[in-house]
Design a protein around this ligand. Structure first.
Ligand code: ATP
Length: 237
């Protein structure tokens, strides 16, 4: 499989704190890859660095074969790298529809934007019913849908999701994960960061385990689900 994203020996620090101590990973075209790990392992740091919001001390990120070192965050969005941040980051005072339109700000193809909006309402019927509602008044799960739909409006090739299950009721988590699977089935590559290791490994093809800034395991998702080490540390025995 051709690598869409290739990360090599990436190191990231916050002042004196080394949050990523040289991680390497890749995401292939059309692949769904999970990055799991406990609190503070460095998962969010990794996604923010890939999105261009943090700058590495050393190491490299190649996307579609080109080095991203000098590519600013907004250009990465135009190039098809979209991040759905932890905590969703919806525009609370804008409506659902306006939030989704913001996701298409890098595009000029008006007719296709309208078609994509309709497509989002098909993927997320709950948002269709609430298109004129202020996003700040939606439930957590609905806000997660807005954040995902907004990212999809940029027509990403690689969608990075930071803990989409966080704070959601089990039924809503199931719904969100079903959608993640559908989005992947449509050919979008996904890098999924989750604390809920079981769910993430159930939808992913491959997974990486991040511990204190280092990748300690990398394997097929089914292998990780069956590994004693992963079961003990992340799946509750
Ligand atoms: P969580 O699941 O809790 O979000 P995470 O795996 O996403 O955890 P990060 O948020 O990437 O972890 O944090 C990795 C390490 O970097 C932690 O030790 C954290 O305290 C530290 N860190 C994160 N952001 C900053 C910051 N802005 N300044 C200083 N240290 C930070």
């Amino acid at each position: 499989m051709r690598a869409l994203l290739q990360v090599n020996d990436l190191k990231v620090s916050y002042g004196g704190i080394q949050a990523l101590k040289g991680i390497s990973l890749e995401v292939g075209e059309g692949e769904l890859v999970a990055l799991i790990g406990s609190n503070g392992a460095g998962k969010t740091t990794a996604l923010k660095t890939l999105a261009g919001l943090l700058h590495p001390v050393s190491g490299s990120i190649h996307y579609r074969g080109s080095d991203l070192a000098r590519v600013p965050a907004h250009q990465r969005v135009c190039d098809g790298l979209a991040l759905v941040p932890e905590g969703r980051g919806v525009f609370a005072r804008l409506t659902v529809a306006e939030n989704l339109q913001m996701g298409a700000y890098t595009r000029r193809d008006t007719a296709e934007i309208a078609a994509d909006l309709d497509r989002m309402y098909t993927i997320f019927p709950r948002l269709a019913e609430r298109r004129e509602q202020l996003a700040g008044t939606l439930s957590g799960g609905e806000q997660q849908m807005v954040a995902m739909a907004r990212a999809l409006m940029s027509r990403p090739k690689l969608l990075m999701l930071d803990e989409p299950s966080m704070g959601l009721a089990p039924l809503m988590v199931a719904k969100i994960f079903e959608t993640v699977r559908d989005i992947a089935a449509q050919g979008v590559s996904i890098l999924l960061v989750e604390q809920n290791a079981k769910l993430a490994l159930q939808v992913a093809q491959r997974g990486y385990v991040l511990e204190s800034g280092k990748i300690t395991l990398a394997d097929a998702a089914t292998t990780l689900l069956g590994s004693d080490e992963v079961r003990r540390a992340y799946l509750g025995g």
